[in-house]
Design a protein around this ligand. Structure first.
Ligand SMILES: [Mn+2]
Length: 302
C-alpha cells in the first residue's frame, strides 16, 4: 500500500490530475490524500472518477480554514503549506508528498518502502538553490529584500556543509510516526510564527528537520530548473543529472520548476510524455491561462 498526498487549488487542478494520472499508470494499491482549497465541485468529481477508474482510493481534505494569515511570498497561494499538516491528517506510518508540478515515471513501491528509521523524512538536495548561491539574487523577506547569500549564510546561518543537506520540499517521503513522536508538526508551526522564511514552506521544514533528513538520489526529485541555473550547477552534480536531462535515463519523479504546459516547452525533459499523460486526464481540453489569452488575442485579429 502506498499513501500519496498532494495539495492544490482550482488553478492547479489540471496539473494535479496529471501527477495523479502518472502515478496511476505505474502503481497499484494507492491511497491519495488530496488537500484542497478553492476547488470546484466539478474538479473533485472529475479527479475522483479518474482515480476510481483505476480502482484506487482517495480522501479529499478541505484546507480552506488553514494557514489564512501566513506569508506566501511570490507564490501567492497557501497550498504550499499543506504538507506541513500531514502528520495529523494521515494516520498511517508514512506518506509520500508530491507537488502538483511533479510527474511520476515508474513504480514507486521500492522507493516508498525504503528504511526510514530515525529519520523524519527522505528528500533530495535542492541543487538549483545551491547553484543560485553563486548569484546576487535578491529575495523577498516579508517587507524587505535581501541578498540570497546573506539570507542563507547570516539569517538562516546555514554554511556550505549545511546547504548540502538543504532539501527541496516538492517531494517529501515522510516518516509520520517519527514526526508525531517528536511533535514535528507543532515545531514547524511555531517556527513560522517566530521566523520569516524566504521560501516559506521549504525553509521552515528544513529548519525543523535539518538533522533528521535522509538525503536521497536526485532521480527521486529531478528538478527541471532554469537554463541559467543549469549553467551554475556544480560539475559533479551536473554529471549525475545529465542522463535525465537528456532523457537517456528515466528519473522516478520529475519536478517541473519550468512548466511543461507552458510554451515553448518542447525542450524540457520528458515534456512530450507529460503532455501525453495530461491528455489522458479529464483536463485534456483545458486551456492554460497562456493558451486562453493567446486565443482571445487571435480572435481579435480575425
Ligand atoms: Mn513545485
Amino acid at each position: 500500500m502506498i499513501n500519496i498526498a498532494l495539495g492544490f487549488d482550482g488553478n492547479f487542478a489540471p496539473y494535479a490530475a496529471t501527477t495523479i494520472k502518472s502515478i496511476l499508470l505505474h502503481n497499484k494499491n494507492v491511497t491519495f490524500y488530496l488537500m484542497y482549497d478553492n476547488l470546484k465541485k466539478s474538479d473533485i468529481k472529475k479527479i475522483s472518477s479518474m482515480i476510481e477508474s483505476h480502482n484506487e482510493h482517495y480522501h479529499w481534505i478541505d484546507m480552506s480554514g488553514e494557514f489564512n494569515d501566513l506569508f506566501t511570498g511570490n507564490w501567492k497561494s497557501k497550498t504550499l503549506y499543506f504538507p506541513l499538516k500531514l502528520p495529523s491528517i494521515c494516520k498511517d506510518e508514512r506518506v509520500l508528498f508530491l507537488d502538483a508540478d511533479t510527474f511520476v515515471l515508474g513504480d514507486l513501491s521500492k522507493f516508498y518502502n525504503q528504511p526510514l528509521d530515525g529519520y523524519y523524512l527522505a528528500a533530495v538536495n535542492d541543487y538549483g538553490m545551491i547553484s543560485d548561491l553563486k548569484t546576487n539574487n535578491q529575495l523577498k523577506l516579508g517587507e524587505n529584500t535581501v541578498d540570497i547569500k546573506h539570507y542563507f549564510g547570516n539569517i538562516r546561518k546555514w554554511n556550505n556543509t549545511d546547504m548540502q543537506r538543504y532539501f527541496n520540499s516538492g517531494m517529501l517521503l515522510m516518516n509520520l510516526d517519527e514526526m508525531r513522536k517528536n511533535n514535528v508538526e507543532k515545531a514547524v508551526m511555531d517556527s513560522l510564527k517566530s521566523n520569516i522564511f524566504a521560501f516559506p514552506d521549504q525553509d521552515c521544514i528544513n529548519y525543523v528537520c535539518h538533522d533528521h533528513v535522509k538525503i536521497v538520489e536526485p532521480k527521486y526529485n529531478f528538478m527541471v530548473i532554469f537554463k541559467s541555473t543549469w549553467s551554475r550547477v556544480e560539475e559533479e552534480t551536473l554529471e549525475r543529472l545529465l542522463p535525465y536531462k537528456t532523457e537517456k535515463e528515466r528519473p522516478l519523479i520529475i519536478h517541473y520548476l519550468l512548466k511543461p504546459w507552458r510554451k515553448p516547452n518542447a525542450e524540457l525533459p520528458f515534456s512530450k510524455e507529460y503532455n501525453e499523460v495530461k491528455a489522458m486526464t479529464p483536463y485534456k481540453y483545458s486551456l492554460t491561462k497562456q493558451e486562453f489569452f493567446s486565443f482571445k488575442w487571435l480572435q481579435r485579429l480575425f
